[in-house]
Write a protein that binds this ligand. Sequence first.
Ligand SMILES: [Zn+2]
Length: 344
Amino acid sequence: MLVFCSDAHRAHNPVQPHLFGGEHLPPKEVPERVERILNALKEMDSTQVRGPETLDSEILSSVHSLDYLGFLEHAHARWCDQTGGDISDEAMPFVRPAVGQPFGHPTSVLAQLGRYSNDSDPILSGTWQAALEAAACAASAARSVLEGESHMAYALTRPPGHHAGPDFFGGYCYLNNTAIAAELSVRQGARVVTLDVDTHAGNGTQAIFWSRKDVMCVSIHGDPNTEYPFFQGYSNEIGGGEGLGYNHNLPLPTGSDWDSYSRRLEEACQLVTNFGPDLIVVALGVDTAIEDGVLGLKGDDFRLLGTRLAKLGKPTVLVQEGGYDLTVLGKNVAATIEGFEQSA
Ligand SMILES: [Zn+2]
């Protein structure tokens, strides 16, 4: 099994407490996540780890707006200039326009941090390079599958991507790795589904492909009425314009176990089959684990998940999204991939 991974993720190492639910909590999206996953995968005989090829800038700019990309690349340096902050400091958004009100476009990076985000994630000096390399890993995994080198490839992407939209970051995500793998595949002539099994709705991916019918987006996740990202992920969000009917959200009540989850998964698989994709990009969050506190998947459920994904019978790119409990993260990713490989 081909694994695409880059060491650049280590430069994105936030240490400031993260504001969640009114509490300041230690950052959960940390470099150790990659080490845990890699260690678990290296116990599998079939694992081959590769670095990514350079990402085509045209793919990047067809997923994200040029003004957002320019902001993300230079935000930290500009923030240091404007605030006197040190290169090791973390630039945090703290103010954003009110919903529904007309707003201006200030040149201050302090304002732009809020303009281009919907959450409280920091930008560090290494964030751009880390995000760019993660996106390149997803693109390289897609390319290897499209070229027929492998039926399935796995991109060990960090930071994750599925909450990043055309011009916003949030939910630990800066560039949408899953969308970049899908866009590259469309440009090679493939009909593509993104199947998001992370415990949180793939709101960024949904926003990117909202008006398109060449990529169908399906997401199974905890009910956004009570779970992040709260404002998107509802079943009545079905796409718009040409994309009407090509976006599917399948929410589940908090705490749902494999019995409930697997029924949603069957619905999702039926949608995928009906669409008839040439290639599937799976946004593989394993924060559906009971230890991560939203849904209730346990140990062997991840093997069953991998088995069901393989039974779709399509070339598949797995892109790492969430999964934060370090005690189970590695084994749950490995179990999903083993389940897939043994059934493919
Ligand atoms: Zn998640």
